[in-house]
Design a protein around this ligand. Structure first.
Ligand code: CP3
Length: 346
């Protein structure tokens, strides 16, 4: 295992320390709001080709670090490389998001590979090695995967669908079939994350973007339990693996998530009441978030107020400043600079 002992603000907070000035990074910090990203994206041709080209993916991973000096770089890839490595057809349509050949029944699930094809994912591990070699020692490198539930929603529907109705129906209609899909994703995600640690990441984030569409029982069954199994499997191979969970939209179910999962940090979205988050999250578990991406888009006094609110709510505990979800492409670069100056008081 290659977890560095160097003091990096992000890893210190993940290890339970508070810092006067919180470390900061942003979800989707490498992306279309940056002209230098758009230039490389054009050169790469398809989005998946960008994810699987280590030199290009390393370059776009590093772009926001060079421009803004964030405290963490996040590997440039996508959560849907895992279904791709399980043998599902995946593509990204210009301006329309992902398209997958839907896994519509138990037969389609059994047709997937038993294990991820690591040859497909090898370029991702190479990207990690390239980035780590080029990153300043104080900057953390984060890997990631999608949580089993969120990845399954795309695999079943074949695209982003309002309310994740196809996956929710599948899970009720053919519970054991759906459980087999989740099992396959738990194994695939855990081995994928272990390989990311081997390649040199300091921590990983498990993105559960669609955690918020499930009722309490289904939330425990499809969000909490599979994530617990991923965390346990990763820590069997990487005992001190630092793991951040992001159950977007968990709302009142947030306490169940943080009580059931031995995470280093939990990412919270902007709809969570800070008092509720503080009361729910154990003191040793860092909180990450939760600036409203719309405040960053709008800028000005509204942004200043929102930044101050987040700092006031969480600044005195283990805390990583971030957005409550990804930065939107129309966000002006000047607003990111303004936000950073305010967080860092410079
Ligand atoms: O900078 C970073 O955050 C690292 C890279 C990253 C991407 N996707 C790049 C990307 C990460 C961590 C993700 C995670 C991801 N991918 C999630 C979970 C987090 C979230 O945002 O909810 C999900 C649900 C996906 C699946 C996905 N990928 C969708 C639904 C889309 C289309 C929506 C969109 O924004 O266009 C993508 C495409 C994608 N992934 C882009 C980027 C920069 C934009 C496509 C492009 O540049 O052509």
């Amino acid at each position: 295992m290659k977890q560095s002992g160097l003091p990096r603000p992000v890893t210190e907070v993940l290890d339970g320390k508070s810092r006067k000035i919180p470390p900061v990074w942003l979800m989707r910090q490498a992306g279309r709001y940056l002209p230098e990203y758009r230039a490389v994206r054009e050169r790469a041709g398809s989005f998946l080709n960008l994810c699987y080209s280590p030199e290009l993916a390393a370059e776009v991973t590093l772009q926001p670090i060079r421009r803004f000096g964030f405290d963490a770089a996040i590997l440039f890839s996508d959560i849907l490389v895992v279904p791709h490595a399980l043998g599902q057809r995946v593509s990204f349509e210009e301006g329309e998001g992902p398209r997958l050949e839907p896994v519509a029944d138990g037969k389609a699930i059994d047709g997937l590979r038993q294990q991820v094809d690591h040859a497909t994912l090898a370029p991702v591990y190479e990207t990690i090695r390239l980035v780590r070699g080029r990153l300043a020692p104080s900057v953390a490198l984060l890997g990631f995967c999608g949580a089993a539930w969120t990845v399954a929603t795309y695999m079943v529907a074949g695209r982003a669908v309002e309310g994740q109705i196809p996956a929710r129906q599948f899970a009720y209609r053919d519970t054991s079939g759906f459980a087999r899909l989740i099992d396959r994703l738990v194994d695939a995600s855990a081995t994928y994350l272990v390989q990311q640690f081997e390649a040199g990441v300091d921590a990983v984030q498990v993105f559960d973007t669609w955690a918020g569409v499930l009722g309490p029982d289904e939330f425990m069954r499809w969000v909490v339990e599979p994530t617990r199994r991923i965390v346990e499997a990763v820590r069997r191979d990487v005992p001190n693996a630092r793991i951040i969970g992001f159950p977007r939209g968990a709302g009142t179910l947030l306490p169940r998530y943080v009580e059931s999962l031995p995470l280093n940090a939990v990412g919270i979205d902007w709809t969570v009441d800070p008092a509720f988050a503080r009361a729910s999250v154990p003191p040793g578990m860092a909180i990450q978030g939760n600036l409203d991406p719309m405040a960053l888009l709008v800028g000005g006094a509204a942004l200043d107020r929102a930044v101050d609110g987040v700092l006031q709510a969480f600044g005195d505990r283990p805390f990583i400043f971030n957005l409550g979800h990804g930065i939107v492409p129309a966000t002006p670069i000047a607003h990111v600079e303004r936000m950073l100056a305010r967080v860092r008081r410079c």
